[in-house]
Structure formats: C-alpha cells, structure tokens
Write a protein that binds this ligand. Sequence first.
Ligand SMILES: NC(=O)C1=CN([C@@H]2O[C@H](COP(=O)(O)OP(=O)(O)OC[C@H]3O[C@@H](n4cnc5c(N)ncnc54)[C@H](O)[C@@H]3O)[C@@H](O)[C@H]2O)C=CC1
Ligand SMILES: NCC(=O)COP(=O)(O)O
Length: 343
Amino acid sequence: MLDRTVTRPVGLTQGDPAGIGPDISLVAWSRRAELAIPPFVYIGDPAILAQRARDLGLDVPVRESDAADALRHFPDALPVLPVPAGAAVVAGHPHPASASGTIGAIEKAVDLCFRGEVSSVATNPIAKSVLYKAGFRFPGHTEFLADLAAKRTGQPVLPVMMLAGPLLRAIPLTIHIPLKDVPGQITERLIVETCRITHRDLQERFGIEAPRIAVAGLNPHAGEDGAMGMEEIDIIAPAIKKVRAEGINAFGPLPADTMFHEQARARYDVAVCMYHDQALIPAKALGFDDSVNVTLGLPFVRTSPDHGTAFGIAGQGIAREQSLVAALRLAADLGERALEDKR
Ligand SMILES: NC(=O)C1=CN([C@@H]2O[C@H](COP(=O)(O)OP(=O)(O)OC[C@H]3O[C@@H](n4cnc5c(N)ncnc54)[C@H](O)[C@@H]3O)[C@@H](O)[C@H]2O)C=CC1
Ligand SMILES: NCC(=O)COP(=O)(O)O
C-alpha cells in the first residue's frame, strides 16, 4: 500500500500489444480496490485494450483520457491515453507493423514524465527481436530510455538496470550483449560509474542510508587468484578500491556461485553482477512474481515487471499480474517521493 499522497497517475505503456501487457494491465485495474493499486494511465491503443478485455471476459470500461484527467477516471474506468498500434493485433502473434505504436507509447510516457503530468513511467514488456525487425536500434527499454533522457537533458546518461525483489536486488553491469562480448565490456570506469549511480539512487530513491554493494567476480571462484582469469585482479578489484576511497561501501569481487544464498544476501543491499544472466537468474529464481525491473541513473522513475511478453499465454487469461502490480506500486512510490523532493 502506498503511504504517500498520490498527486499524479503512473504512465503505463502498453508494451507489445500481442503480448501479455494488455492482459495484466486489465487485471491490475480490475483488482485496483482490493490491492490498493496506484492510479495509472495506460498509454497505448484503446481499441486493442477493449478487444482484449472482451476476449478475456473482463468487464473493464476503457475510457480515453489525457493524463490530467486520469486520476478522476481511474475509480470507474481504465483511462487510456491513445497511441494507435498502427496495425491489427492478434494476441500471441507479434508483428513488426505494431512497432511504431509500441515505441510511440514509450516516447509519450517519457514526455509526460518530463512535463510532470505523470509521476513515473512503468513499462509493459516489449519483444526486442520484433522491434529490431522494424528498425529499432536500441537493445531494450533501458538503453532507449537513457537515450531519450540524454536528448531531453543534454547530459550523458548511464542507465543501470536493477532487478528489485523482496529477497534480492541485483544489477547486471553489462546488459543486453552477447556473452562472448562481456569480458571486453567490463572496464574499471563502467564498474566505478555503476557503483556511484547505485550508491546515489539507493540512498536518494530507496532511502537506504549507507548502501552495501556486493560486487561479483566474472570467473569461477572470482578468478582463484588469477588461475582462472585475470579480470578480478586487473579490473574489478581496482574499481572497488577506487569507489571505497570515495566512501562507497562496495566490496568483492565475490565468487558468484556463493553470493546468493540466504546468509550471503544478508550482508548486502544490492549485488552488482558482471553480466545479464549472472544477475537475472538469481533475481527471477528468488522472486519471479514479485520482482521489479527498475532503471537507475535516469532523471525520472521507470519500472517494469521482471518478465517478458509471454506470447505463448497472451489473451488466455492465465498471465499473473503480480510483477506488474509491484512495478506500479514502486513507480508510484518512487515517483511521488521524487516530486515531494522537488517541492
Ligand atoms: N521489460 C521487458 O520489456 C522485457 C522483455 N522481454 C522480452 O520478452 C520476450 C519473451 O521472453 P522470454 O524469455 O520468453 O520471457 P518471458 O518472461 O516472456 O516468459 C518466460 C516464461 O514465463 C512465463 N511467464 C512470463 N510472464 C508471466 C506472467 N506474468 N504470468 C505467468 N507466466 C508468465 C511465460 O509464459 C514463459 O513460460 C523476449 O522477446 C524478450 O526480449 C523479456 C524480459 C523483460
Ligand atoms: N531481461 C531483462 C530485459 O530484457 C528487460 O530489458 P528492458 O527492456 O527493461 O531494457
């Protein structure tokens, strides 16, 4: 339950309209009172959303609205700020023809956030490969949002992906790149910058006074004193030393295979991992239904469910809405906190 006054809706993007984004958004709205879900405005195609409600047998009035009126509509209708999908959509059958609508909804949400019309952005899942076929040149939301923010502010933005659940917060240092490219992308500078952003955002956004940052090694046994790889000695340890000198409580490099059990997790607030699956496997294994993907380092709040488009179950009424609900709650909480801090 949100213990802050809600002054703005969360801007919720539709994601890939053939995925489960529409399904779980409809269910979240249906359960708004029971679960005390913060008000949101859905940014996407109202006709597709209304059709999905009919397909799922959900009695959800879909009402076109701008962001300003969404708080007023939310109690009795699901407010939708229209961004047409640009193509016919069949649940479970993604098509690149809908990419422009998917991308347009994300751009619109960011614009509304910069204008102060929504408190924050929550994104429903997109299928990267579908967008790539339509010419999208960013690996995922994370990098796209950083680019939109950099263009808007004129400042470079390093986005930091964090999976946050009740049992674990985990960050992949490198994100959407092939595994073979990971060692080449691990630099002292990237680790230092990631630790700085993590430290600052856990303090300022999450209210953790002195965040404890555990840094994973790359190689088995964190390199076993160089016998199984040199990245720990050459790059990771020097980066940790540098940020510690700045007063950041980072430590490691830790062997990744032994840093996620219960007692190990009690020693840190967040784990900085070297690559996508090193962070996301423990995060999803420990909390697939209630973890949230939150992007640190942006000048606005962005969250997302931790799962993907799940095309195989879209339109079937079996997608679980919990991770989206957690993402909406976190977006509203962090977004309203940021607005309070500005006042
Ligand atoms: N934030 C985002 O935009 C994300 C997007 N993706 C994209 O999603 C697409 C599919 O990725 P996958 O690896 O198949 O992961 P996925 O998370 O879509 O599905 C993995 C498995 O979990 C199930 N599942 C996922 N969410 C569920 C839910 N809410 N309720 C019940 N079951 C659920 C699916 O049916 C499937 O069996 C990819 O194109 C990927 O790029 C993946 C992760 C995050
Ligand atoms: N596996 C996480 C994921 O793909 C989410 O990426 P993003 O679209 O939030 O950048």
